[in-house]
Design a protein around this ligand. Structure first.
Ligand code: TYD
Length: 136
């Protein structure tokens, strides 16, 4: 069953500043096989624009803000990430696009899989077909 969920992370505040952390299988429901980050995105650029068959992921705006648009083939939902103490969990099987990156934004993505191009669905029509089979 696909799922998209904002997850709040611990935030330890003191006079020296704030600290947040993520533990696999605790704050996020999978083991982390890969972490990558997206930065220096020119204004108006889109990232993502694909789905994963297997990969689950967790996205945090470590700095700045951006929107993540989730599309299950029927409806779209937009999540704005703009704090480093929460993130968006996205299960497999969902089309997602990232947009409206603010200047100097930094997106951290934790993934349940190693990089595998074969896990991507990059063609929206193929995604719709995948969803029709998935939803049956
Ligand atoms: P892609 O996943 O399409 O980026 P985005 O979803 O942010 O638009 O990846 C862009 C390129 O980087 C593509 O050629 C694959 C490569 N890549 C890796 O080699 N390893 C990785 O872990 C990721 C995420 C991408």
């Amino acid at each position: 069953m696909e799922q998209v969920k904002i997850m709040h992370l611990p935030k330890i505040e003191d006079q020296r500043g704030n600290l947040s952390f993520i533990e696999e299988e605790n704050h996020i429901p999978f083991k982390v096989k890969r972490t990558y980050w997206i930065y220096d995105v020119p204004g108006g650029q889109l990232r993502g624009g694909h789905a994963f068959k297997e990969q689950q992921e967790f996205i945090v705006a470590l700095s700045g803000s951006f929107d993540v648009v989730i599309d299950n083939g029927k409806t779209k939902q937009t999540f704005t990430l703009n704090r480093s103490y929460y993130g968006l969990y996205i299960s497999a099987g969902l089309w997602r696009q990232m947009q409206n990156f603010s200047t100097n934004s930094l997106a951290l993505i934790m993934s349940s899989t190693h990089y595998n191009e074969l896990d991507y669905i990059r063609d929206y029509q193929k995604y719709k077909k995948f969803r029709r089979e998935y939803d049956r």
